[in-house]
Design a protein around this ligand. Structure first.
Ligand code: ASP
Length: 336
């Protein structure tokens, strides 16, 4: 039987049109989409329905509450469809794909997030291809994962990052091999997929102030870090360090600020600014300082995956459990 999919349109370039101030998302995407997809060969497409969000956004405006809305929509429709395609802006696509992977753990059908660099409304665009390829993957394969499908690549969502701002191959997953590829033929690397387990969906509300990202840079001062971390609302920090997870440990005051935060119960997770490879806290004496302080090494998590995982766990677990689970892979997001 033909599969039936739900296409959720949340905004992003794919459905944008030009305005005096540049591209803006516009309502009425379904009509445009159906017009584009009708023609020879359209019988090969799965049956689909379109759900358009009331407030379409440029995904640069994404807030944590949007994840609750999107996760809630997918959960509410889960049993009615064989798979889901989320049309989303590229700027924060990797954050949303990562967050959905944590919300929908144990899922048994595909959720593919896609979008485009050029709107569907333009004569020359990558929107049609990204959308059709996503539909083909959902129509023909069992993929129990949240993926990003872009420019012929099927990527694990919580391993992907937007690496290019103006090329069509905008996304890659440098720490995990592609799950599939669409060239002349569509190929799925089934051995790289997650096995689905017992579904355990959890779509929490978030406190956007609970988490901060702290990038390490030459000259970062203890005072700045103190100001940032001293607000009691801050419960978690993604520390974005150099190379193998190294901070400037010669700055004793700065390290003391991090240590004080850990003592107050703030959970600090260390991920690397490098695009490939992992944190190895202790490979250098600088990084070993973080072990002593109680900073959690984030393995090879992307910044997006670390941020969304910590947000998700802070919203759903006790502090002790958050620390334990940050060290384990929940849905293929990191090497253990
Ligand atoms: N600013 C746009 C967005 O993220 C970019 C895109 O969709 O490609 O919504």
């Amino acid at each position: 039987m033909k599969r039936k999919i739900l296409i959720i349109y949340a905004g992003g370039t794919i459905g944008m049109q030009a305005s005096a101030n540049g591209y803006v998302p516009v309502a009425g995407f379904e009509q445009q989409l159906r017009a584009q997809l009708s023609g020879p060969g359209d019988a090969q497409l799965p049956a689909f329905e379109v759900l358009e969000l009331e407030q379409l956004i440029d995904s640069s405006n994404l807030q944590p509450h949007h994840w609750t809305v999107l996760g809630g929509i997918i959960r509410a429709h889960w049993s009615q469809y064989d798979g889901f395609i989320l049309l989303h802006g590229t700027d924060t696509m990797a954050y949303t794909a990562s967050m959905l992977s944590f919300m929908l753990q144990g899922m048994d059908k595909p959720v593919i997030v896609t979008g485009s660099q050029i709107p569907l409304a333009q004569l020359r665009n990558d929107a049609r291809d990204n959308l059709l390829t996503s539909m083909m993957f959902v129509a023909a394969y069992d993929i129990p994962e949240v993926c990003i499908c872009f420019n012929g690549r099927l990527l694990r969502g919580n391993r992907a990052s937007k690496l290019k701002s103006s090329a069509l191959d905008a996304f890659d997953s440098p720490n995990y091999a592609w799950l599939g590829e669409a060239g002349i033929h569509i190929e799925l690397h089934a051995e790289r997929l997650l096995r689905h387990g017992r579904s355990d969906f959890n779509v929490p509300d978030f406190n956007p102030d609970a988490l901060v990202v702290l990038p390490i840079y030459p000259g970062i001062s203890a005072g700045i870090v103190r100001d940032l971390l001293s607000r009691p609302v801050v419960k978690g920090v993604v520390l974005h360090t150099y190379g193998a997870g190294n901070p400037p440990d010669a700055n004793g005051e700065l390290m003391a600020e991090l240590e004080n935060a850990v003592r107050r119960g703030v959970i600090i997770v260390n991920v690397t600014q490098c695009l490939q490879g992992q944190v190895s806290q202790g490979a250098y004496a600088t990084g070993a300082t973080l072990n002593r302080i109680g900073v959690i090494p984030g393995s090879d998590l992307t910044l997006e995956a670390a941020f969304t995982k910590l947000h998700f766990l802070l919203a759903t677990q006790s502090a002790d459990r958050v620390k334990e689970l940050m060290l384990q892979s929940l849905c293929g997001e990191m090497a253990e």
